[in-house]
Design a protein around this ligand. Structure first.
Ligand code: BES
Ligand code: MN
Ligand code: ZN
Length: 496
């Protein structure tokens, strides 16, 4: 989609469609009022007739409005004027894009970013519009032999700001929104890609391609390198797979030379069968999404590189498959992690923590200011929080606070769960230093407790995104979360 920022009169736009907001109680936005004026009260009459109530998300399409140059006018409900907050605004944007998507319109001017949203400026309003528009029109049709959609789709979206003086702020919002949308869309593509294409090798290639196009650095460690490093835990997971494992290390170096980096660690299981502790068959296809932590790291790197964010950031992605075969790790096997701690594998399906723990130890060499790992780690997290919030754990309250705040700001929320020592005992093993599962009670917490044993040397947080990284059912697909949260967190760390 091609965006542009402009300040102009709604009645004069020669477009397929102009989009303007209306509030509840028949109150018109400034742009709607301008159209009403040139059309001798045409819009007011329609509202009085009761065809649109103005609730957030309601829409009404008008054709050939007198005095208006555009062929169509889309009215979009914004709710009560005094109550127009971030949620209602986004709801209205989504509804507008959906309504436009069902029409055969390509060239559009929108005046929705003109309306005042509580506590939010022009730049924010434009960024949201871009983000929501790109998110709503996203399709993954790489494997469809025929296009599923016959409509031409929105090709050009002109975003109007209230005044000429607002154009610069609008341009800034456009830049922020586009950078975020491109990271989110990249993360969705990787998540949605079939697991016979999206292998650890493919992820490494994608990282290399990203680095080339975006001025980053990358190093890909191979099986032999992992052996030399003593990553026995990570290697235990890949043993049943014919796909070679990779450890991808990305670097974005745009901060001061001596600034300690923020490290992002993403779980990259490109398919999780459960291994010898095989998962049940129903919905097992969804375990292609078990690399969404990795995808969110790659997506976030894309975004911050496009923004040239002045910060040093390292991305570490342990990636492999979890498959059963004659070589696969068995329940009862003992693995020796890079940290030296031994692990009794009681369930080969608790593999995410086994690859992450070695990556967390590897992170120490970067002397990080903070480490955040992102993982589709536990089904229990979906039970606890559903699909709305990611689970958040941390060994440092102020870091948890920062991430919660970033999630709120980006509307990509997380919820803080406990990491108390009380739970650690559930990981006791009779045969090794630690077991890889802690029983059914508090499954997300004991998974986080497991990771915490490998994250003692720095400030660390863990995001369990099992419920937020993708949608099931009819709308099955990756969401690109938590790229918005991570981007916002890094922006704050960069002082932006
Ligand atoms: N990738 C899964 C977690 C998962 C399950 C995410 C369902 C989304 C939906 C993870 O590797 C896993 O299998 N975890 C086990 C842990 C258990 C064996 C302690 C789980 O959650 O069942
Ligand atoms: Mn598993
Ligand atoms: Zn998994």
């Amino acid at each position: 989609m091609e965006f542009s920022i402009k300040s102009g009169n709604p009645e004069k736009q020669r477009k397929d469609c102009v989009v303007v907001g209306v509030f509840e109680a028949r109150k018109l936005s400034a742009a709607a009022e301008a159209l009403d004026r040139v059309s001798d009260g045409y819009l007011g009459n329609i509202l009085r007739a009761g065809d649109l109530d103005g609730k957030p998300g309601s829409t009404l399409l008008l054709h050939s409005v007198p005095g208006v140059s555009a062929g169509r006018v889309l009215l979009v409900g914004l709710g009560k004027e005094r109550e127009l907050n971030e949620r209602a605004y986004r709801q209205a944007l989504r509804a507008a894009i959906k309504a436009l998507g069902s029409l055969d319109v390509g060239d559009i001017a929108t005046f929705l970013a003109e309306v005042p949203v509580k506590k939010r400026d022009v730049s924010w309003r434009v960024a949201q519009l871009v983000e929501v528009a790109e998110d709503s029109v996203y399709r993954f049709d790489r494997f469809k032999s025929k296009p599923a959609h016959s409509k031409k789709g929105i090709a050009k979206l002109q975003v109007h700001v209230p005044q000429r003086a607002d154009v610069a702020a609008g341009e800034d919002g456009l830049k922020q929104g586009q950078a975020l949308a491109s990271g989110v869309s990249f993360a969705k593509d990787l998540g949605n890609l079939a697991p016979n294409y999206c292998t650890p090798t493919y992820l490494a290639e994608q990282a290399k391609a990203l680095v080339k196009s975006h001025g980053l650095q990358v190093e890909v460690l191979e099986q032999a390198d992992l052996e030399k490093l003593g990553m026995g835990s990570f290697l235990g997971v890949t043993k049943g797979s014919v796909q070679p494992p990779k450890l991808i290390v990305l670097q974005h170096k745009k901060g001061r030379k001596n600034q300690k980096p923020v490290v992002l660690v993403g779980k990259g299981i490109t398919f999780d069968t459960g291994g010898i502790s095989l998962k049940p068959g129903a919905d097992m296809d969804e375990m292609k999404y078990d690399m969404c932590g990795a995808a969110s790291v790659l997506g976030t790197f894309k975004t911050i590189a496009e923004l040239g964010l002045p910060l040093n950031v390292v991305g570490i992605i342990p990636t492999c498959e979890n498959m059963p075969d004659g070589n696969a790790t068995r329940p009862g096997d003992v693995l020796t992690s890079m940290s030296g701690q031994t692990i009794e594998v009681l369930n080969t399906d608790a593999e995410g923590r086994l690859i992450l723990c070695d990556a967390l130890t590897y992170a120490e060499r970067f002397e990080p200011q903070a480490v955040v790992d992102i993982a589709t780690l536990t089904g229990a997290c979906v039970i606890a929080l559903g699909h709305h919030a990611s689970g958040l754990f941390s060994n440092k309250d102020s870091l948890a606070e920062e991430l919660l705040e970033a999630g709120n700001e980006a509307q990509d929320r997380a919820w803080h769960l406990p990491l108390w020592d009380d739970y650690q005992g559930q990981l006791d093993s009779n045969f090794a230093d630690i077991a890889n599962i802690g029983g059914r009670a508090g499954g997300s917490i004991t998974a986080a407790c497991f990771l915490s044993r490998f994250a003692k040397k720095y400030d660390w947080a863990h995001l369990d995104i099992a419920g937020t990284a993708w949608k099931s059912g009819k709308e099955k697909g990756a969401t690109g979360r938590p790229v918005p949260l991570l981007t916002e967190f890094l922006k704050q760390r960069a002082g932006k």
